[in-house]
Design a protein. Sequence first.
Lengths: 342, 342
Amino acid sequence: MTRPTIHDVARAAGVSLSTVDRVLNDRDGVREKTRSRVLEAIGSLGFERNLAAANLSRKRRYRLCFILPDGQNSFMHALEADLAEEAAAALRDFTVIETRKVPAFDAGALAELLRSLDPETVDGVAMVATDATIVRVAVRELRARGVAVVTLVSDLPGAEKQGFVGIDNVQAGRTAGSLLGRFCRGRTGRIAMVSGSMLVRDHAERRLGFEQVLRTEFPEQTLIAPLEGLDDKDRVRDQLGAQLAADPEIIGVYSMGAGNRGVAEALVGLPAGRDVSVVVHELTPYSREALLDGTFDAVLHQNSRREVQGAIQLLRSLLDAQFPPLFVQPIPVEIYLRDNLP
Amino acid sequence: MTRPTIHDVARAAGVSLSTVDRVLNDRDGVREKTRSRVLEAIGSLGFERNLAAANLSRKRRYRLCFILPDGQNSFMHALEADLAEEAAAALRDFTVIETRKVPAFDAGALAELLRSLDPETVDGVAMVATDATIVRVAVRELRARGVAVVTLVSDLPGAEKQGFVGIDNVQAGRTAGSLLGRFCRGRTGRIAMVSGSMLVRDHAERRLGFEQVLRTEFPEQTLIAPLEGLDDKDRVRDQLGAQLAADPEIIGVYSMGAGNRGVAEALVGLPAGRDVSVVVHELTPYSREALLDGTFDAVLHQNSRREVQGAIQLLRSLLDAQFPPLFVQPIPVEIYLRDNLP
DNA sequence: TTGAAAGCGCTAACAG
DNA sequence: CTGTTAGCGCTTTCAA
């Protein structure tokens, strides 16, 4: 009924509270024999430490740092706003969150920031990663300094980080491919792609999944090499607009990065009769409007609020060295069509 | 840096700890004037009670009861398994979860169970609701006895319960309509619907959303009145099979309840050349297989693990009388096509 | 290498 | 009506 405490363990092992504590936190200064007696008592009683009591006693605080790309796209704005709200709420749980910005797509700047982080001030880091060796190295160093690191939204594959919170981007790309393929059914032509930059893993993965599905399931369509819009609406508008104008065979567009407004603007410029199916990422005021007026056919979305919550939760469980290491639910890709907008 | 404690409040207000405690937990036996002095101190210091410390001191435990429909469908099985795992994990947070089963679609049995619940043993209830007045009344009584109540998966609209954790079923129906409508494009005919029972709110809501979209966006299709499959695969197989055989004009099926196996079996029996588009709910081994072999076109899914976690979280926050009352993220409808299966 | 004792922030008797 | 005191389960000096 009432679970065992260190008192029970101490009594069962015939030692004092402090000794139990030493074993629990594997501090040294305990004879191997004593140690095993304590461990045995813990095992037979099924003791599990009361984290709340431990944290109270030790005045534990979790100091987290979130690193986001500096930029003006709607999705990152939303992410930042959600983070601000969650940070306020997290204070109640003794979690202090600091937000830092680095220039988007700039691996050097990100690495430098990581390198500047002081383990005396920061316990854990969540970052929207730029995928580059220099970043990987900086993460490894940070971890060596005892800081927990997870990636958020865009991953940094490899063992350097301790977790990723975000959608499965390959799967998102497959979903986009499957939808766009079906939307274009009955017509044959070319498909344009717009990415932000292939330097961020999420866009690269989306492209992979998208091409996979289109090649195998919809071989009648031809893929054009992706434009790099750098998540900038003007650049996207200009490049995509030019491509569409030059190539009347384009019947579908997949935009895997930000810059939805640019995509919409490029499409508005087309001659009235031309029918282009469009799938983009992230539900924003612009993509929403474009969905409603029929310019976009589907929007794939990730819930940034949930992502922020997941990252906080994951970092805390890592810092608690919780076992089993808490399974944070993966973030699902949400699909919006004109008729199911929330 | 370090947040204020009741000691600080007591000192600022010139009273003892107990008095502060009395005010905090609004117990009586405090003169109005003293009370306001304490409240003022709390306000000016920005004091917020440390819930962990309070719970430790009062040996707080959260005793929750989950009520699920008894039945053999895959989704409820998955829900139950997830609940079992989450219950084990919740123990660490002093949350004890008991699971109860009632016959599916049986409002009387559910109401009776609710009436039998003892507030001395249970602090909060999460239930998959059957939508009936008798249930509504039982919930109201339970709440009056001081028990927190939320609905899970299927809602009980009204002020009786304190929250709902599940998908937006009207939106799910709209999504189904939007997808099926597009899948049937180019063909004109009739659309069959299979529900479990209109006594559960989720199916009724799905139907609503589905019909809305089909009527307005795809008026060329004709809707047939829904079959009641009672979530039973054999019944679904027989009824739908008969309907499909009798009516060669049926080109689409929307199944909004359980019994996916029955749906798949009914379709397998069709003559080779017949093309029927199908949208169903819940990703299960059967629906997955049917998606892969092309029998089903899309599966709408709700993540039961997330729903269980959400319900636990919500009940705990209600019991803590937390303010603001913790916003539990809505559960998104996940859409699976053959190419984006996880 | 071990133990005793004080204290984390809050609650709950029990006195006054 | 208000205050004193002894915990809740765990950690942390400080002695031994």
